[in-house]
Ligand binder design. Structure first.
Ligand code: GDP
Ligand code: IMO
Ligand code: MG
Length: 429
């Protein structure tokens, strides 16, 4: 029987989704990306070799596994070529197993200019985007102005559409942002160049997923970013521009909701965030430094330092509900090794009074103070542990508490960046 599992980040991204998708791909026949773009940075470590993927699904290191990029992904053709060249250098065979939906909106060079111009104009209120053109590309999709992968294959149509699009964006760039304009000819050339390279990779992703399911194959849906960055349910406006939550797996790939058999929520044993926006459990003390340095918390896409803090069980419970999470994967437990005390946020206050903020209202969420529950830390190393009973008692108590607070069982616990560093509590496959 075919089994489809969605693997989603349930914090602000960088939970370790790439590692978990790669690890579970051993049991899967296909891996699907369904939203976001090359703002994602998914790290896979196999023995001593590290691979960072941005667009290509994290199943690519397993020979013979199909990797599908669904219609919900905004595709930067130049970034894709760079990633394919990187994989080729590593000797990873991609041809014949990477397929891209013709309905993917394209990220064009002017989207990147617009992303930067918009952030600059926001000044102190900047979102801290990855500068990859993600927001402007999704805006063009929603306004029905944008180009999609399929448009590349009709050069005359593409040229004519670009005339209107470039005209529109140049007005905004010149008149509103007072910044440099884009050259129509260069954009037309960009499209012609990439059309030839993309054409052999195009396939009806929804139909392929249907056929795989009908043939009894297992499929993983790989989320990018995390629930708190969801355009609707995240800490708006400090969010990304796509639905990072479980519904996005359906709309972004052309899969029915009843065809998702399990949702695995990936959660760090603490919290990180890159870019601006509220983060009630953020730490600016030596514990925050411990998490940042032991966890090597630097962005896989932009290299920016990630902000670090304690686990927020209130936000987590909400993420569990929104996504229909059926099991948790707790990652980076080893990063907590050596701490005397571990705190978990179980509520908030505002001006000294109990407070129940609407988390998806970034402004309300910025006004709250966390209420913490304290647990005992552990001094023994957990790095690389692969059996639950080998963990220190305090670490098991912490994991039990996460299960109690979320009311969801823990399926997996990750204890290191390497593919094999993982404890299986409940089999996902
Ligand atoms: P993603 O975007 O969710 O795929 O996560 P990233 O790759 O951006 O960030 C996760 C980082 O943590 C990467 O550097 C991983 O190699 C690393 N990592 C993943 N799981 C673990 C773990 O259990 N322990 C430690 N120490 N590092 C981990
Ligand atoms: P993965 O898939 C962490 C953040 C940016 C910024 C906000 C909007 O590796 O978990 P965008 O460029 O998307 O318009 O930026 O979202 N962001 C991420 N943070 N991990 C990511 O991806 C992210 N992708 C975007 O830092 O705050
Ligand atoms: Mg990442």
């Amino acid at each position: 029987m075919s089994r489809s599992v969605a693997i989603l980040g349930i914090q602000w991204g960088d939970e370790g989704k790439g590692k978990i998708v790669d690890m579970l791909t051993e049991h899967a026949n296909a891996v699907v990306r369904f939203q976001g773009g090359h703002n994602a940075g998914h790290t896979i470590v196999v023995e001593d070799s590290k691979t960072i993927l941005h667009l290509v699904p994290s199943g690519i290191l397993h020979e013979g596994v199909e990797c599908l990029i669904g219609n919900g992904v905004v595709l930067a053709p130049d970034a894709l070529q760079e990633e394919l060249a990187m994989l080729d250098q590593k000797g990873v065979q991609v041809t014949g197993r990477l397929w891209i939906s013709p309905a993917c909106p394209l990220i064009m060079p002017y989207h990147i200019l617009l992303d930067h111009a918009r952030e600059k104009k926001r000044g102190k209120a900047a979102i801290g985007t990855t500068g990859r053109g993600i927001g402007p590309a999704y805006e063009d999709k929603a306004s029905r102005r944008g180009l999609r992968v399929a448009d590349l294959f009709d050069a005359a149509y593409c040229d004519q559409r670009l005339e209107q699009i470039v005209d529109y964006h140049n007005f905004v760039l010149r008149e509103y942002f007072k910044s440099e304009a884009i050259d129509l000819g260069q954009m037309q050339e960009f499209c012609r160049f990439h059309a030839a390279r993309l054409e052999p990779l195009v396939a009806d992703v929804s139909a392929r997923i249907g056929a795989l399911r009908a043939a009894g194959r297992n499929i993983l849906f790989e989320g990018a970013q995390g629930t708190l960055l969801d355009i609707d349910h995240g800490t708006y406006p400090f969010v990304t521009s796509s639905n990072t939550t479980a519904g996005g797996a359906c709309t972004g790939s052309g899969t029915g909701p009843r065809d998702l058999d399990h949702v695995l929520g990936v959660v760090k044993a603490y919290t990180t965030r890159v870019g601006g926006g509220p983060f009630p459990t953020e730490l600016s003390d030596e514990v925050g430094e411990h998490l940042a340095s032991r966890g090597n918390e630097f962005g896989a896409t932009t290299g920016r330092a990630r902000r670090c803090g304690w686990l927020d069980a209130v936000a987590l419970r909400r993420a569990v509900r929104i996504n229909g999470v059926g099991g948790l994967c707790v990652t980076k437990l080893d990063v907590l090794d050596g701490l005397e005390v571990i705190k978990v946020c179980t509520g908030y206050t505002c001006k000294g009074q109990p407070y129940d903020p609407l988390i998806m209202d970034g402004r309300a969420f910025a006004n709250c103070e966390p209420v913490y529950e304290e647990l005992e830390g552990w001094q023994q190393p957990t790095s690389g542990v692969i059996q639950l009973d080998q963990l220190p008692r305090e670490a098991r108590v912490y994991l039990d508490r996460i299960q109690d607070l979320t009311d969801v069982p823990i399926d997996l616990v990750s204890t290191g960046p390497e593919r094999s560093h993982c404890i299986t509590c409940n089999t996902v496959y």
